[in-house]
Design a protein around this ligand. Structure first.
Ligand code: FAD
Length: 490
């Protein structure tokens, strides 16, 4: 089989590797000059920045791709477990480290919160149970296919539906689990890991806490871009052919079947099967004439986006860790602003990611590379020229207040990413980080499926389709598509 893949994001790389491992001829078309999509990096004045994802969970799903190709992961890619999953700073001066080590964590809970450690263990045990019941159905198979409903995981989930916490929100579940508001806010924050609102998203999503805190957070030895780069090298070693700076203009359909791709230079190339790693809304509006789900996609609400400053800081801050959160004082207001008003609160929660804490080469000696991010709405035509400088002033004032510093005088290089640049670089509609939002119990069912009943030989991977956004779920989408394609070894 000759298979065409549109997009070299993590989903596109993963499906290309899976199909090449089966012996098929795979050709990837990528409009950018580099692989990785949202997993990207930039170099400036001696600093290296990962520009997209920073948190790495479920690394074994990356390992699996090397194993499928009979390669040793360590020959391409190494990573280690992070000791402190995240350092949280609260407006009242409380600081809390979410250590992976159980004894350290217990001491931290006892010394810095009023929460009983058992409440946190119980919440994490529930998150684990929900993950283990739901992953085989919601994350690792296509529930857009009726025959799957007759398989053991689906039958099992039917008996355990009451355990999946569909009918209350993440916040309501956290409020009933904890007495200390610091813990409620900390656990509510996991909604942002797929661009959602904890005051509306179903409590099922509290399972995200299991991935980071029970299984663990990891970090690649050379930073996040190393994930994309090593998968790209694996793909090329498996014979996948990459065409960079080659946009696809149209998916060609004949007799209700995908038959080829039209490139931006007007060339039509025939394929036996096609896999799209392009944002689903983008496919519906630009690449596919008469997409059967176009109306549904247009109505779906989008996940949040991000405003990020990449700052080269000519100073080291020993009080900061790899992942740091400076919480807002009014969390409900922050999410109301993002999802209802499509704006930015005056006191946003700030995430500071400093890869040079783990990878010293990422910054010159004595310096640090700060990735400073706040959650913002996807682009809906807001006046970003006004919003961005205003948010920057508020971020700087807040960092100064929380860290007792004058950060502006240490910024020696600066670049910015916004919903507009994210859309431009990755063709994600309106710069949404995770496709559609998961703010209702129906979101999972309304997500774009991995195939369309009305168009044969066309499949979909990546963060905007089932099972969702984030590196692990994009890898899961590739696994599902490989299963659904039902191709024999070529
Ligand atoms: P994308 O990365 O969206 O790539 C799609 C590719 O297709 C792009 O390279 C694009 O150029 C190409 N393309 C699009 N249209 C065409 C066309 N017509 N022709 C040719 N090529 C085309 N996830 C985590 O797990 N942890 C995190 O901490 C995290 N943080 C994030 C922070 C930010 C700022 C962002 C932006 C994302 C973050 N994510 C995180 C989400 C994660 O990065 C994404 O879910 C994932 O990388 C998306 O991969 P994808 O396969 O959907 O493809």
């Amino acid at each position: 089989m000759h298979i065409g893949v549109i997009g070299a994001g993590i989903g596109g790389l993963a499906i290309a590797i899976r199909l090449a491992a089966k012996g098929h001829q795979v050709t990837v078309f990528e409009k950018n000059s580099y692989p990785g999509g949202k997993i990207a990096q930039l170099y400036t004045q001696g600093y290296r920045f990962d520009t997209g994802p920073s948190l790495f969970t479920l690394p074994e799903w990356v390992d699996e791709l090397f194993h499928l190709c009979n390669k040793h992961t360590e020959d391409y890619f190494t990573y280690s477990q992070v000791k402190n999953n995240c350092k949280y700073f609260y407006p009242d001066g409380t600081v809390f480290n979410f250590y992976h080590d159980q004894e350290l964590l217990k001491q931290e809970i006892l010394n810095r919160t009023t929460e009983a450690p058992e409440h946190i263990y119980t919440r994490l045990a529930t998150a684990k149970e929900v993950y283990e019941i739901s992953a085989p159905v919601f994350l690792l198979s296509s529930f857009h296919k009726l025959s799957n409903f007759n398989t053991p995981p689906y039958k099992q989930i039917a008996r355990k539906l009451h355990k999946l916490d569909f009918f209350w929100t993440m916040h309501q579940a956290n409020q009933s689990s904890f007495t200390d508001p610091h813990m409620i806010q900390l656990f509510d924050r996991y909604a942002t890991y797929n661009g959602s609102d904890p005051y509306r998203a179903p409590a099922t999503l509290n399972m995200i806490a299991h991935l980071e805190n029970n299984i663990g957070a990891f970090f690649p030895a050379k930073g996040m871009y190393h994930i994309a780069d090593s998968l790209y090298r694996l793909a090329t070693h498996m014979g996948v052919q990459f065409n960079f700076k080659t946009g696809i203009e149209e998916i060609l359909i004949r007799d209700k079947q995908a038959v080829g791709l039209r490139t931006s230079s007007g060339e039509d190339i025939p394929f036996d099967r096609i896999v799209s790693d392009v944002d689903a809304k983008q496919v519906a509006t630009r690449l596919l004439k008469n997409h059967p789900l176009k109306n549904r996609l247009q109505k779906a609400s989008l996940s949040s986006s991000a405003l990020i400053f990449y700052w080269g800081i000519k100073k080291q801050f020993p009080d900061l860790d790899l992942h740091n959160i400076l919480f807002s004082a009014d969390y409900p207001e922050e999410f109301r602003k993002i999802f209802r008003d499509k704006g930015i609160t005056g006191d946003p929660t700030i995430y500071i990611f400093i890869s040079s804490k783990q990878v010293p080469e990422d910054a010159p000696a004595g310096c640090e590379n700060w990735f400073v991010m706040i959650n913002v709405p996807a682009d809906q035509g807001q006046d970003w020229d006004e919003l961005i400088p205003k948010a920057r002033r508020q971020i700087i004032a807040k960092i100064n207040r929380f860290l007792q510093t004058d950060i502006e005088k240490y910024i020696e290089t600066e670049q910015t990413a916004s919903p507009l640049t994210i859309e431009k670089n990755t063709y994600s509609m309106h710069g949404a980080l995770y496709g559609t939002a998961s703010n209702s119990i129906f979101s999972a069912f309304l997500r774009h499926p991995n195939f369309l009943r009305k168009i044969a030989h066309l499949y979909f991977v990546g963060g905007s389709v089932h099972p969702g956004g984030g590196i692990p779920l994009c890898l899961a989408s590739a696994k599902i598509v490989e299963q659904e394609m039902k191709l024999n070894h070529g």
